[in-house]
Design a protein around this ligand. Sequence first.
Ligand code: BDR
Ligand code: CA
Length: 316
Amino acid sequence: TKKLILDLDTGIDDSLAIAYALGSPEVELIGITGTYGNVTVDLGVRNSLAVTELLGHPEVPVYPGLSHPTTRDGFAVSDSTARIHGYNGIGEVEIPDASRALQSESAVDFIIDAANTYGDDLIYVPTGALTNIAAVLARDPQAVKRIGDITIMGGALTVPGNVNAWTEANISQDPEAADALFRSGAQVTMIGLDVTLQTLLTKRETAKWRALDTSAGRFLADMTDYYIGAYGRIAPHLGGCGLHDPLAVAAAIDPSLATTLPINMMVDLEGPTRGRTIGDNTRLNDPVKTARVAVGVDVPRFLDEFMRRITALAAG
Ligand code: BDR
Ligand code: CA
């Protein structure tokens, strides 16, 4: 089995990404590193500890990550974000704090250690700000290249962003970090809004989790219904909530779920498009393409896998 690290700003779809990973026998979730975005890093790691425990996996270690963007001193959750994920990040559903503690090792140290230990067998999936991996890059660029697979949830190539017309939330939190990763020479698969907004969940599916009548099933259903409600207000034309973060995990486990475009990517760092992910025209003719950007997804197959894996996990 491959080893998996999730780097999460543990809100609602991040929690669904945890559930997808825990329901996937192909991978062993060896750690969750904390970042910020949907919530602060402190609240995110609290949620990661609590959610893994509620889902029956108290063995997963959780590591504290960096708390603010590379080029700024602080971070605060915006009100619009809190209304999408809830002020507690998990749709205002109350679940017990975990009985175990956060690791004392930092996220950056853990990622470097894991890259050196597992190399090709390591899959790293960040679904929040890319600050931790940018710090790894700054400290030990070779460690990043040792990671077998890096699949990020972030960005948008062919559709508008969700922060503004140009930018997607995870990239816009720390554009310098994302740009550094795209320019590092490491292979990166980008699962952006182009495909995640094609994979939608409705209350018909969450009702199946609730009907399991387990604490995990009720939690997943109540939390996700909050997210579906937020999408109903913000993007009613979609008819469901986007499965951003679990799709990134699924595509990392089974790359055949997504169709990708090989391209060298960059991030706009200045002006009104700051945070936009776009092809780098200075590397257009470089025969080596370091990013694969998802432009298509097998929606029915992903939704089947998503429901099958998470329902089995929540059934206990
Ligand atoms: C991304 O931003 C966060 O709100 C979600 O968890 C997801 O990772 C979508 O743009
Ligand atoms: Ca996220």
